[in-house]
Design a protein around this ligand. Structure first.
Ligand code: GLN
Length: 281
């Protein structure tokens, strides 16, 4: 058995599972198993592969073939400029969410020592990316999921940020600590009746808790905006990731809680994805 044979075997299995990214996924998973990068795999196809490696590779391939996302198999995902540990039970960071980071950095270009709150921090990717870029900011991430809190704490340690961030297991309603210059949230915002239309990799493997926005998809925003209006300082900024069809309702909610709308941003697919607002009264 050599690398080429293993890749071919892997591709055959993924094809049966109707996985589209056959070449990429087989190469990435074999890289993980043998601890080399993809270039090595591509350039050394005639190298012999140990039986143990082959067996481990096939085990991962079968999981992938059932739809398990690559990030859960690798337990890794790149987001912004960093690599995060990812575990099942926590939402996989999405490239679209990098928009939030870009906007936070634009709005805080000349600001120092701000205090940040991330509501529903998940892997911690949002608040940790911001703290990496802004060396004198500090903050708190909360999440209702114990798994997410354990994971975000580990990510903070890996990035050497554990002296500037705390992760606390709490639901948003019960959290009442501190006042913040910036609040950020990517709450669950999929309408419950639409969950079944999500890609099966997402629907079958990613946590419902991070996706299910209730009957109208907006219940996460009601909680986050309500709580933010209490915990944010006057002139503090709230950055929210939103669904493509939620702009109108969310603007209304924000205004009713004393927020001024700064801007709504579109993602790379041209869909509304992020809303920035400022607490005025
Ligand atoms: N954007 C995510 C998705 O496509 C949804 C994230 C969320 O509900 N916050 O699955």
């Amino acid at each position: 058995m050599n690398i080429e044979n293993a890749l071919n075997k892997g591709k055959k299995i993924l094809k049966k599972g109707d996985i589209k990214s056959l070449n990429l996924d087989t190469e990435i998973l074999l890289s993980k198993v043998i601890g080399k990068d993809r270039k090595f795999i591509i350039l050394n196809q005639d190298r012999a592969l140990k039986k143990l490696y082959f067996n481990n590779f096939i085990r991962l391939i079968k999981e992938r073939s059932n739809g398990k996302p690559i990030a859960y198999l690798l337990e890794r995902k790149s987001f912004w400029n960093y690599e995060f540990e990812i575990k099942e039970g926590t939402l996989i960071p999405r490239p679209d969410t990098e928009l939030l980071i870009e906007e936070v950095l634009k709005f805080t270009k000349n600001k120092n020592k701000l205090k940040v709150l991330d509501i529903g921090a998940g892997s911690g990717c949002i608040i940790l990316s911001i703290l990496e870029e802004k060396k004198d900011f500090h903050g708190i991430g909360i999440d209702i999921s114990k798994k997410s809190i354990d994971l975000s704490k580990r990510n903070a340690i890996h990035l050497n940020l554990n002296n500037r961030v705390k992760f606390i297991k709490s639901n948003v309603d019960n959290f009442n600590i501190g006042k913040y210059d910036l609040i950020i949230s990517n709450p669950p915002y999929i309408k419950r009746s639409n969950l079944k239309y999500l890609n099966k990799d997402v629907a079958n493997f990613e946590p419902r808790l991070a996706l299910d926005g209730g009957i109208d998809g907006l219940s996460g925003f009601r909680k986050v905006i309500g709580k933010s209006s209490e915990l944010i300082k006057i002139n503090g900024k709230l950055f929210l990731e939103i669904g493509f069809d939620q702009k109108k309702e969310i603007k209304k909610m924000l205004k009713s809680k004393g927020f001024y709308i700064n801007k709504v941003l579109k993602d790379y697919a041209g869909k509304d994805r992020c809303i920035v607002s400022t607490k005025k009264n």
